[in-house]
Design a protein around this ligand. Sequence first.
Ligand code: AMP
Length: 416
Amino acid sequence: MPKKSVADLVCAGRRIFIRADFNVPFDANRQITDDRRIQQCLPTIRHVINHRGRAILTSHLGRPTGDKKTDREFSLQPVADRLRDLLERPVAFCAECVGPKADAAVAAMKDGDVLLLENLRFHPEETMIDLAKKNPDKKLTAEQDARRDTFARGLARHAEMYVNNAFGTCHRKHVSMYDVPALLPSGNRVLGFLVERELQYLGEALRSPKRPFVAVLGGAKVSDKIGVIRSLLDVADRILIGGAMTYTFWAARGQGVGTSLCERDKLDLARELIAQAGDKLVLPGDSVAAAELRAGVATRTVEGPLPDNLMGLDIGPQSVERFTSIIATARTILWNGPVGAFETPPFDAGTTAVARAIAAASGQGAISIVGGGDSAAAVEQAGLAERFTHISTGGGASLEFLEKRKFATIDILDDA
Ligand code: AMP
């Protein structure tokens, strides 16, 4: 069921809680080094204020520890300054997100105003749900639950309407993502434009992809991607595997992997996936290997099994060729995870070649989706971002969506 969008809200005179993702990177001088996450929220903010709504912005930033001195670096104040420049209008900032100061800042708002509240994660209650995993019964204690509830109510009282525009956090049932909309009246809990776009591309690829649909999955661990591989086996025509994951699959087939990263405790699982996938699963046949992972180290291209003293750090040239030719025939391509240790040249070659192949297919009309995180960074690094159909803003979130095809934080919003 599609969800309501911010475009459906009657904003005038209303207090609108916008959960954004302003988790931007900073340099040592506290200067924002990349403001794309702020830019990506502008259409939603502009929509609300152009329709005379009151935009109450919230976000997390980094992982504050509770230490007052060091936590200062996680303040959202610099984001308020950047928003002011980008929106070319005043943006009020409140150094609290709940409590009397925040209540007063919200009460002072007029129609069309923008207010940014301080980092939600200055309150451990925001992410307290994550602690449940550590408790023996996987639930929060009554005391933890009560603290969360108080925090949620402190936030929810600011607003009458709720906009989820934080795709990168959609896989987390944090207070601002789940409990705040749960507390607000139904009818006006909606998707922001950014989340709408993300769900549209990822959802479409899973529901009714143009075929052939080719997925490229890389990265370090099979264990992180098992669920995604299983889920994609239902819909994808081909799944190309790269990265260190390769060697868990190789080891499962009894093939020598040298000193490569390999999850020995996942071999049974890998065998199961190989059996289930048949020829849908395409594994690299050769590797670029070295004695260690270090820039400038001597490398060797090895076909098939690796000798005991070498580790595979990138897909080899034959695999690049094979992957490239499969990608060239695809009409939908979904990519998640680098196919080599791309941060350390020359082991970036395979990943760059995959990025180029997908960009080229995109130029021929294929839909190309990159699932955030490292592969998005690789696409940027190669200067190819413009040539992709969609680059997700959430690595973890897009992986979880590919696996489970839903988010509790979206289900709680109102249907269109
Ligand atoms: P993930 O977070 O699982 O997507 O993994 C991404 C990381 O996997 C990146 O830091 C890559 O450098 C790393 N990686 C990819 N291929 C290899 C490999 N063959 N050996 C070691 N690390 C790798």
